[in-house]
Design a binder for this molecule. Sequence first.
Ligand SMILES: *Cc1c(COP(=O)(O)O)cnc(C)c1O
Length: 609
Amino acid sequence: MQNYGLSIWSNNNFIIEDGELKLNYKCMPSLFQIAKEIRQNDIKGPILIRFPHLIRRQIKSLYSYFEKAIQENQYEGGFHAVFPLKVNQFPNAVEAVTSQGSHYNYGLEAGSKAELILAMSKTPDGAPITVNGFKDKEMITLGFIAAQSGHNITITIEGLGELETIIEVAQECGLKVPKIGIRVRLHSAGSGIWAKSGGMDAKFGLTSTEIIEAISLLTQADLLQYFTMIHFHIGSQMSDIAPLKRALREAGNIYAELKKMGATSLGSINIGGGLAIEYDQHTQSKSRNYSIEEFSNSVVFLLREIMDAKHVKHPDIYTESGRFIVASHAVLITPVLELFTQDYHEKLLSFKEENPPLVEELIELNTLLNNQNCTEFLHDALDHMESLLTLFDLGYIDLQDRSNAEILVHNIIKRALYLTSANPTNELAQLQVKLQERYLINASIFQSLPDYWGLNQHFPVMPLHHLNAAPIRAASIWDITCDSDGEIGFKPDKPLYLHDINLDEEDYFLGFFNVGAYQETLGMSHNLFTHPGEYTVTINDTSYEITKEVKSKSILSILGSIGYDQKEILNKLKGDLLKSEFITAEEKDDTLAKLEMFVEQNGYLRTTN
Ligand SMILES: *Cc1c(COP(=O)(O)O)cnc(C)c1O
């Protein structure tokens, strides 16, 4: 049985039992059953399911590993964390983060004005808010308003200009001054495909010369007492821990130097995000070379070492890990609409009383194919196919014989490929790429997996059921956009095998995992496909609950959201229809009702049951 790399990427969040994928938690519901229950209410398109317990698990893991490291290293500073809103701003994701994190005083990070407004309205009382990214005077004033309103807020400056604006606002208004952080520009860079946030050529942060200048500006303006934090972020999905350690050494020494220069209120070091999660489904290439335990230990150990060497009090540690917290909580479930080569299904074979000898031989090859002989039989089958096509061109065999031969050969190929998939020869591997079955999914890759489209980021994918049957089709996945980029292919060394399902008889669902970070607001409405319907599922000891339904936007409202007048569109359609000649008044009413219903549905296909 295939386990789709579950042991690599799922962190034990899911298990396979009785042929279905289940949550490995409390009453252990099956994802297939959850999807079926949601779809009972006439929901046909893709669905996004959130599991708040998986967010809780990550928050707990982050805090408890850091607390453990702090104890073991006799570290004297505290540990704090904020969730960076840019990773997922959707209301039900943020609500899950803040409610699951309230026990830890878990805060929020904002990187834009809109995110800051969101943070000001959603951060639990007393929990920290940090603000990064480029800021204008208004955004800085918002930070003052947040401080005045009682928030524990730190505004991190990305450049000296922002500091000058802070000083200006402080002098102009009588509002409470927020805490001030400085983002340092490190010479050590991160690793991984998102590593552009660190390094000398980084987009953000102050150089050492600018930091010294900042301290002098703060001192002159009598604001040095508000300077409490230094910050760095070396990029997302850090694959290797070594660059983080270099960054920590550098930032730790900057911190200690600043303390010596008289920054008396400085007490925290914010290490940003970057903690990676596993997206790989194949053992041979893991996305990261460290665990959360090693990560937290390294941070605490290194900071202690640097501070002890320079006789500086241990700073409080802040993290802004986002991907690590929310990636696993969301699962995208998509129905499969079609298998493109279903035409080659064995049930379509129709033999004659007497078949041409080559067809008889193919029947025999198909029957006797096994592990030992499959390469040889595959060669024979391909050879026979060629001869059969020549015979067809010469008029010696008819269309029925040709169809039978094609079905048999396809069947032999797919079974041989599967039998040798553990150890494919070069030739087989190449064939496999050519012969991938195309599974058409009722979803948009642009909307739901934009990082696949933009960055080639792989997301774990597997069927939710049929898991006690052997999947024999090497697959590629096509979405329903009219864009040839809407395809997920699989390389011969990392194939995806799916089941050969007759979709006229049953449903087949694929789950895409670890889609809870970045995919939702990055997702785009290419072809006007909308955010999938979303559901929050809470799991108890004996049952589970499906709550917080947010339906996918209707066709009219997506048109409205890009600026069309919804009423005008509907009236135009109805008017044109009414002008046409109807056979009966009843038919007219029916058609109008249909039209009104269609525009109120979302744009996904409604073909599956
Ligand atoms: C994006 C970002 C984060 C979150 O990074 P993850 O890799 O998702 O943990 C944290 N801090 C800052 C400043 C960021 O820009």
